[in-house]
Design a protein around this ligand. Structure first.
Ligand SMILES: NC(=O)c1ccc[n+]([C@@H]2O[C@H](COP(=O)([O-])OP(=O)(O)OC[C@H]3O[C@@H](n4cnc5c(N)ncnc54)[C@H](OP(=O)(O)O)[C@@H]3O)[C@@H](O)[C@H]2O)c1
Length: 325
């Protein structure tokens, strides 16, 4: 089968053996797969010595073969893959054996994947194949950050720097669904306009003076994933006693901030990563209830994997990028 692999320091599109489902696993024929920033980081984490690893964490497809002992799926079922491995029950932290699909296991940028039957969910019928391909890392991360951690309520104001990101587009939609006011930033005018179109109430330039631009706003919650480039400015516009949830650091992990200002301000800083299966299911229910369709930017073929990853790296996208297979 064809797959996008990282092998000994190189990104390759090549033929690899089709996996056989082991006991408790299902072989899924993948129809479309979603890209995440993680797919850019995985090669760096792997190092240059590692044998071929298939990249990719999100996908939708059709059940093609059942491993021994699998009775909850049948051949022909349309499914999506939950990339949050072995984190089933809602909890403050994932279990010890939690991993995100595609490191160390093979991922979804391939024609087929063999994966535990526990990691599959029915493909939501209200979504197209292309839309279902991105119901993985981004919506799940956004759901946990916004609801489980951020506890957003109707009438509150949430601030989201980096509006064009895969997760941010879900955050905008889900926050609007529950009646929150949504403020975003982007460096691109085109993305600011796009954010307003999907429901953001205000979109400001990431490079503007936020304290001045937002002086008339009372921000209850900030959802941060840009990192060093914006963290301190995000904290500066948060209301005293407000919450800031961090799930990413696109522009650098290490940030200096003023502790005295922080504790005088009675702020709460919360870390969040992905989510449990319970949250994954709750997220899908939420999207179905509000008829929320993912924002798709563009699709590529597996053969154009390098172009797709470059496009993601250069931050051209508004919403999600996919492979159609
Ligand atoms: N912990 C987890 O479970 C988890 C899950 C998903 C993602 N993440 C992390 O969260 C981050 C966002 O992920 P994603 O897939 O949603 O991101 P993405 O689609 O790759 O988007 C990155 C965003 O960052 C903004 N940005 C990039 N460089 C910037 C700079 N120098 N200054 C200001 N803004 C900048 C861009 O905003 P504009 O182009 O609009 O200005 C862009 O929208 C990534 O770091 C990712 O690794 C973590």
């Amino acid at each position: 089968m064809k797959a996008v692999v990282f092998e000994k320091g190189q990104l390759l599109v090549k033929d690899v053996p089709t996996p056989k489902p082991k006991e408790g696993e299902v072989l899924v024929a993948i129809k479309a797969a979603g890209l995440n920033r993680r797919d850019l980081y995985t090669p760096g984490r792997l190092g240059n010595d590692r044998e071929a690893l298939i990249l990719g964490s999100d996908a939708t497809g059709v059940v093609e073969e059942l491993g021994v002992g699998v009775s909850n799926w049948k051949i022909g079922d349309e499914v999506i893959i939950n990339p949050s491995l072995r984190w089933y029950e809602q909890s403050d932290i994932p279990p010890e054996d939690f991993e995100i699909l595609s490191l160390p296991d093979n991922g979804t940028f391939a024609e087929k994947i063999a994966i535990s039957a526990e990691q599959l969910e029915p493909k939501p019928a209200f979504l197209s194949v292309e839309e279902a391909a991105v119901i993985g890392i981004s919506p799940l991360t956004g759901y946990r950050a916004l609801f489980t951690k951020g506890q957003i309520k109707a009438g509150q104001t949430v601030f989201i720097p980096g509006a064009g990101s895969g997760v941010a587009t879900f955050l905008i939609q889900m926050a609007k669904n529950v009646g929150a006011k949504v403020l975003v930033t982007s460096r691109s005018e085109e993305k600011r306009q796009a954010a307003l179109k999907i429901g953001a109430d205000r979109a400001i330039d990431t490079n503007s003076d936020w304290t001045k631009e937002l002086e008339d706003e009372t921000i209850d919650l900030v959802i941060e994933s840009v990192g060093r480039a914006t963290f301190n400015r995000s904290l500066a516009v948060l209301k005293k006693g407000g919450k800031i949830v961090v799930f990413g650091a696109t522009t650098e992990d290490v940030v200096d901030f003023d502790l005295r200002q922080f504790f005088y301000g009675q702020y709460t800083l919360l870390g969040s990563t992905l989510g449990s299966r319970e949250e994954f299911r709750a997220c899908i229910e939420h999207m179905e209830k509000y008829n929320t369709h993912p924002v798709l930017d563009r699709s590529f073929k597996l053969d154009d994997a390098q172009a797709a990853l470059d496009y993601l790296k250069e931050n051209h996208q508004f919403g999600k990028i996919i492979f159609t297979i």
